[in-house]
Design a protein around this ligand. Structure first.
Ligand SMILES: Cc1ncc(COP(=O)(O)O)c(C=O)c1O
Length: 445
């Protein structure tokens, strides 16, 4: 690591989602990356066991993706997609839609998962309105859901500590389904929990409460990632779908984490064989290389907007960087790489190994639940009597030790440790992650 790469003053950076006073005292600094590995600023080679923030699906600095971005920057750095267009945005749209299940054949581009959620909600509201159903304004979400950080996403988010600071400014017309996490019934389910499908029926109750005439959409993550890897109970998503159909309510699956191979398929919708009306996506869409979000909609939804005079804008929405050339070039290259190098297949092939390896931690100190699906794992710890955030939680201690002592980069949410490597991970690396995690758990009091 050259000293030129070392920040000499950590003060100016107002950091996202970080206890920054603590970080700035003892930074966990990542200086470069390649494939499955990060390198710390003191030169240590570390396994990236979280694919960055669940996004680097093709592994770091993939040469084909790097080359595509470099070439694109030299050819067309930027062009607007408002009333103009550049060919790559259209090619990328067709290419990505071809990977979507069923008739999800149109896509709206943005720059992040949060924006893909805002876009989805606007599309849902607009769709009902253009069909003369303008009273359908209510969006139903789920406790322990995470839908990004814009006011819309925070309003739909089901974690109280993400909402508290902004509670006076949240969106109206939101209500919540119960979450499906239940230690008594579901702990240590190696795959889809057997218990909990009935919780989907509370959607029926919520729709009755608000009246279907007022309900626009339901948004849920097929597998909740950021809130602790919550795997849907067997049959749960199917029941949600059926209730939405019954009441003309759109089903938005937030696949910002689960799309692009995380479960060994292009989408979780395909994995679970459930057809949503809208899919939100970002992260792995271009392997996390250039900010990009994408909201996919069914044909009928797009068509509903295509009314009125031809010189009228059909959907009043868009971002300066919607369909940015660099993001599109990266997405096209990432899709090639996923296909040509069989990355989704590798994830699918390793699902059982991944699950067995993590489930073997049952009985390790402090572990009260392990949840696995695809290449996602959540290991929930008993917090003990530690008084977070005043005291370092067990999960914080694990993250710190894994980083400094074991050269593993991972994440946690609350008391759940979360793992989701690039899709190029191999069996030895899975064993190494789990062995080092066990060792670390054994040192935590
Ligand atoms: C399900 C889900 N939706 C939305 C988001 C927000 O994405 P972004 O951080 O790119 O805005 C995330 C981020 O983790 C997510 O997991």
């Amino acid at each position: 690591m050259t000293s030129a790469l070392k920040p000499n003053d950590l003060d100016a950076h107002f950091m996202p989602f970080t206890p920054q006073r603590q970080f700035k005292k003892k930074p966990r600094m990542i200086a470069r990356a390649e494939g499955m590995f990060y390198y710390s600023d003191d030169g240590r080679k570390m396994i990236d066991a979280s694919a960055g923030l669940w996004c680097v699906n093709a592994g770091h600095n993939h040469p084909k993706i790097v080359e595509a971005i470099q070439k694109q920057a030299a050819e067309l750095d930027y062009a607007p997609n408002f009333s103009y267009g550049h060919p790559l945005a259209f090619q990328t749209a067709s290419r990505l839609c071809a990977e979507m299940p069923g008739d999800l054949d149109h896509v709206f581009f943005s720059n992040s998962g949060s924006e893909s959620v805002d876009t989805a909600v606007k599309i849902a509201l607009g769709y009902h309105r253009v069909r003369g159903k303008g009273t359908k304004l209510k969006i139903l979400s789920r406790e322990r859901g995470y839908h990004g950080v814009n006011i819309c996403g925070v309003s739909l988010g089901g974690l109280y500590y993400n909402r508290k600071m902004f509670s006076g400014a949240l969106m109206p017309n939101v209500d919540f389904l119960p979450h499906t996490h239940n230690l008594e019934h579901n702990a240590f389910s190696p795959h889809l929990p057997e218990w909990g499908a009935h919780l989907a029926d509370s959607l029926e109750g919520l729709i009755q409460l608000h009246d279907a005439e007022n309900v626009a959409a339901v948004i849920i993550e097929p597998v909740a990632g950021s809130t602790g890897v919550l795997v849907p109970p067997k049959g749960y998503l199917e029941r949600i779908r059926a209730i939405c159909d019954k009441h003309d309510v759109l089903l938005i699956l937030d696949e910002v984490i689960t799309a692009w191979g995380r479960l060994g398929k292009a989408t979780a919708s395909e994995y679970f064989n459930v057809q949503p009306d809208i899919i939100t996506s970002a992260k792995g869409i271009n392997s996390g290389t250039v900010p990009m979000g994408a909201t996919f909609v069914r044909k009928g939804i797009y068509d509903a907007f295509m009314t009125g005079g031809e010189y009228g804008v059909e959907f009043m929405h868009g971002y300066t960087y919607s369909g940015h050339p660099l993001a599109c070039a990266a997405a096209m290259a990432a899709q090639d790489v996923y296909k040509n190098e069989g990355m989704f297949e590798n994830a699918a092939k390793l699902e059982k190994k991944w699950s067995d390896a993590f489930q073997s931690l049952k009985g390790a100190p402090h572990v009260i639940d392990i949840r696995t699906i695809g290449l996602m794992a959540g290991v929930e710890l008993d917090p003990g009597s530690r008084d977070a955030p005043n005291e370092k939680s067990r999960a914080w201690e694990v993250l710190d030790k894994m980083f400094f002592d074991e050269n593993i980069v991972m994440r946690f949410t609350g008391n759940t440790l979360a793992f989701s490597p690039p899709l190029i991970v191999n069996e030895n690396q899975i064993d190494e992650i789990v062995t080092k995690l066990r060792k670390t758990l054994e040192t935590v009091k």
